[in-house]
Design a protein. Structure first.
Length: 269
């Protein structure tokens, strides 16, 4: 049976309206996505100019809630931009953000998480051992900073010079090997006179192999990093690069066992 003409006309009009709205929705989504990518680029630029994630978060207000964003959100936004802004095709910003944020939640407190801020007991021991910290190359900023160093690098730490006494607690993601290599290179060429690095116990990695000749403290139990409520599910080690091994033993033996790799040449014939 054929539709009455008036019914068909009404139906056709309604479908045209639905299709027109669909087009407007897609266009609006495209425009919003472009603005989100533009906003992320500005966030990345601010971090590149020297602002820390915490400083930026303190000034960035969520328009829906009227509250400030937290530094984790800032980190994720910048990470999405740095990893995917030039991708072809470029994903929707919200999809990319959610994928990275959900991945972070799956590895929360794992050695892949970037957020491991040094506990006070470690900071105090580092200062006592080194006498003073000249550089924290992996600083999150803050006022005051968590690490009482003379100089803090909040961005581009791998590209800047390292000098004097260094304390390093790097991001625990894929780039950890780059930080370890930088530390060892700067120490072995004499730019870094002594250093302490707080790292996860992952001795099957290439970066751990690079540190095997340096003395280390196996921290007893699991550390609860600042900003986390629960202890990390992985062990933590402190590596010492320098000549004052006695001072390292004095200040860290109370936190765990001190280890050194043995070689055949250490023993008498």
């Amino acid at each position: 049976m054929r539709r009455p003409a008036i019914v068909q006309s009404t139906f056709d009009f309604a479908m045209r309206e639905i299709n027109a709205l669909e087009t407007r929705i897609v266009t609006a989504e495209d425009d919003a996505d472009a603005m989100l990518w533009e906003q992320a680029g500005q966030v990345a630029a601010q971090l590149g100019a020297g602002l820390s994630t915490r400083q930026l978060a303190a000034q960035w207000i969520n328009a829906r809630t009227g509250e400030h964003y937290n530094h984790t959100h800032v980190h994720f936004v910048a990470k999405v931009f740095s990893k995917l802004n030039t991708a072809n095709p470029r994903p929707r910003f919200r999809d990319a953000y959610n994928a990275i944020a959900n991945q972070k939640m799956r590895v929360h407190h794992s050695s892949e998480s970037v957020e491991h801020y040094t506990p006070t007991v470690i900071v105090e021991a580092v200062v006592a051992c080194l006498g003073a910290i000249d550089l924290d190359p992996c600083s999150e900023g803050g006022d005051p900073p968590n690490i009482p160093a003379r100089r803090h690098y909040t961005t581009n730490g791998l590209a800047q010079p390292w000098l004097g006494s260094v304390y390093m607690n790097p991001p625990y993601g894929d780039e950890i090997g780059d930080w370890v290599a930088k530390l060892c290179d700067e120490h072995e060429c004499g730019h870094v006179t002594q250093a302490i690095a707080l790292l996860p116990g992952r001795f099957d990695t290439q970066w751990a192999h690079r540190l095997r000749d340096y003395i280390k403290c196996e921290i007893e139990g699991r550390l609860t990093f600042i900003g986390n409520d629960d202890p990390a599910p992985f062990p933590s080690f402190l590596f010492y690069l320098g000549s004052e091994i006695g001072a390292f033993y004095e200040h860290f033996s109370g936190l765990g066992d001190i280890w050194q790799r043995l070689e055949k040449g250490m023993f008498a014939d």
